[in-house]
Design a protein around this ligand. Structure first.
Ligand SMILES: Nc1ncnc2c1ncn2[C@@H]1O[C@H](COP(=O)(O)OP(=O)(O)OP(=O)(O)O)[C@@H](O)[C@H]1O
Length: 249
């Protein structure tokens, strides 16, 4: 068996104020997998994502990271966090600028990155000229332009209307299949987690911990029609029940 990209062993995270955000967490993230973290507010999803990114260190236990995951992580947040004064192309190019890549290399990379998220005609626009969904597309293009091994997404589509969210779910899956990165996706939405994931980590609060892990074997590519299948409905019920158990327990 190939070793996982990331593995947490008996991880605790306690913050300075005393909050035990995570306790006794064991979790392995397989290379190239799509995992969602689902749970009520405050159960430590964002903290877990930050541990996976190496932005936080555990108070106890260990986080193991494969060599190619170190320094090779893309992040997408709930807000697109674009620089308002810079054009969309410059926003998307930012990670390459920070890596001090040659301008010719940057210019070559930006056009396909924009095209991959359907923004090929908007490189010269400013973020304020884009809809919320398009701004999120730009944010995803920026996260993927360095071809990260690991893409961490923290409720990226929570602020979008449902139709836009559905489209972005499909487009994200297409990018995942094309680029074969490892995705860890935080969401509050059962349906979104079921649509996207191979595995759903259901978390319980106070202290944050893994309650159940649910595997989903529906094949990819998954398109809009998947949402209308009995398999999808059945999985949503199964995951909702797990979420209720996690909140009660
Ligand atoms: N930097 C910090 N300092 C102190 N406490 C923190 C810090 N970050 C998070 N916490 C606390 O740790 C717990 C877990 O927070 P976290 O943001 O990881 O939860 P979450 O599941 O992502 O929540 P939400 O769904 O609301 O975003 C919460 O009780 C929170 O108040």
């Amino acid at each position: 068996m190939t070793p996982p990209l990331l593995a947490l062993h008996q991880v605790d995270k306690r913050f300075a104020g005393g909050t035990l955000a995570l306790q006794g967490l064991d979790l392995a993230i397989a290379r190239g997998s799509f995992t969602s973290l689902l749970g009520s507010s405050g159960c430590g999803k964002s903290t877990l994502l930050r541990l996976l990114a190496g932005l936080e260190t555990p108070t106890a236990g260990r986080v193991e990271r494969a060599d190619d995951a170190v320094g090779n992580t893309g992040f997408v947040f709930q807000q697109p966090t674009l620089m308002p004064w810079a054009r969309v192309a410059a926003n998307v190019a930012l990670p390459l600028q920070l890596q001090r890549r040659r301008q010719a290399e940057i210019d070559t990379a930006v056009a396909p990155a924009l095209a991959a998220v359907g923004l090929q005609d908007f490189g010269n626009a400013f973020p304020r000229e884009l809809s919320g969904g398009m701004q999120m597309r730009a944010s995803i293009a920026r996260a993927l332009i360095t071809r990260p091994a690991l893409l961490l997404l923290d409720e990226p589509f929570a602020a979008l209307d449902e139709i836009t969210r559905f489209r972005l779910n499909e487009d994200l899956l297409a990018l995942w299949q094309r680029d074969a990165f490892t995705a860890v996706f935080v969401t509050h939405s059962v349906a979104e987690a079921v649509f996207l994931s191979q595995r759903i980590v259901v978390m319980a609060p106070r202290p944050g911990r893994v309650s159940e892990i649910i595997g989903l074997d529906a094949p990819y590519p998954r398109h809009a029609a998947f949402r209308a299948t009995p398999a999808f409905a059945e999985a949503c019920i199964r995951v909702s029940q797990a979420l209720l158990r996690a909140s009660d327990g």
